[in-house]
Design a protein around this ligand. Structure first.
Ligand SMILES: Cc1cc2nc3c(=O)[nH]c(=O)nc-3n(C[C@H](O)[C@H](O)[C@H](O)COP(=O)(O)O)c2cc1C
Length: 280
């Protein structure tokens, strides 16, 4: 894989796809990787599959293709996760690895968790009762010219904007925005989080750095109404898993060792919801 930090900078949501077919060698390479990508950091069981639109019994995927804002995609990555504690974070983390791998192959993707008829996709996935399909992504070459709907969606979701560094990352508590100079090598790691995709680009990730150790506590700035639109599927918890993926891959690439531990430090964090800590 290319340098993860570069992939993270290059990736952006692709909603208009070219007619050019994805080479079977690339699909095979991705399938092989997905076969190994079966467990998130919290241990939930995950399955991914590449689905061709025509395979779906009800042609649901075809409908997704023509539905609203996605144009021209014929192939999708779909995934299931067994429901349970932190399963959404696990799914976000694991699916984002696929997204970055596709990016490294020059392929476009876009996370889709909104307008999906999951029951029909479930047929293609052979999903069991205790599995859910939190999101899917089309897979294909980006078209040179984006559709008008694509442009509208991008503008509405503000896909190109990201919150400032100091509005996402803090030192010890929420009253002290983190200064670049304090986090040295972790600056790039946090930048990798800042560039992550998130549902409606809401960027719910907040990270509080320990005052003197390389310990980073992850919190979710939850929009309760939004996060609970779909019963079992918590889209902002998925966002948190995506942030963990970017953080960990960037840290490892920079040679920064560490591991995840979910142990609430009980910091003064207002309404933020504690998720996990990185112990560097
Ligand atoms: C969990 C999740 C769900 C998403 N669901 C949708 C969706 O249903 N439809 C859509 O067009 N984009 C969806 N997106 C894409 C976001 O709008 C996009 O990532 C964000 O605006 C940032 O733009 P970027 O990915 O180009 O950096 C989703 C993203 C995430 C992470």
């Amino acid at each position: 894989m290319d340098k993860v930090l570069d992939l993270i900078k290059t990736r952006r949501s692709v909603r208009t796809y070219d007619a050019k077919k994805v080479e079977s060698s690339k699909l095979k390479a991705l399938s092989d990787i997905m076969e190994e990508n079966t467990k998130g950091p919290f241990g939930s069981a995950i399955r991914f599959k590449i689905i061709h639109a025509s395979e779906s019994t009800e042609n649901e995927l075809k409908k997704v293709v023509s539905y609203g804002n996605i144009k021209g995609a014929a192939i999708f990555i779909a995934g299931t996760v067994k429901t349970g504690e932190k399963s959404m974070e696990d799914f976000g983390y694991s699916m984002e690895k696929n997204v970055l791998m596709a990016t490294s192959m020059g392929l476009g993707t876009v996370w889709l968790a909104g307008s999906l008829n999951r029951s029909n996709i479930a047929l293609g996935m052979n999903a069991s009762k205790d599995e859910v399909i939190p999101a899917i992504s089309p897979l294909g070459y980006a078209a040179d010219k984006r559709s008008i709907m694509d442009k509208v969606v991008r503008k509405v979701s503000g896909g190109d904007n990201r919150k400032e560094f100091g509005k996402l990352f803090y030192l010890s508590n929420l009253s002290a925005p983190l200064d670049k100079s304090v986090c040295s090598n972790y600056y790039e790691v946090l930048e990798a989080v800042r560039l992550a995709p998130s549902a409606s680009n809401k960027q719910p990730w907040r990270i509080i750095k320990d005052s003197d150790k390389n310990v980073y506590h992850f919190y979710m700035d939850e929009n309760k109404a939004y996060n609970n639109v779909f019963k079992d599927i918590k889209i902002q918890n998925i966002d948190m898993g995506i942030a963990m993926c970017h953080f960990e891959l960037a840290a490892r690439e920079l040679g920064l060792e560490g591991s995840w531990l979910a142990e609430n430090p009980n910091l003064e964090a207002g309404e933020l919801v504690y998720i996990v800590s990185w112990k560097g």
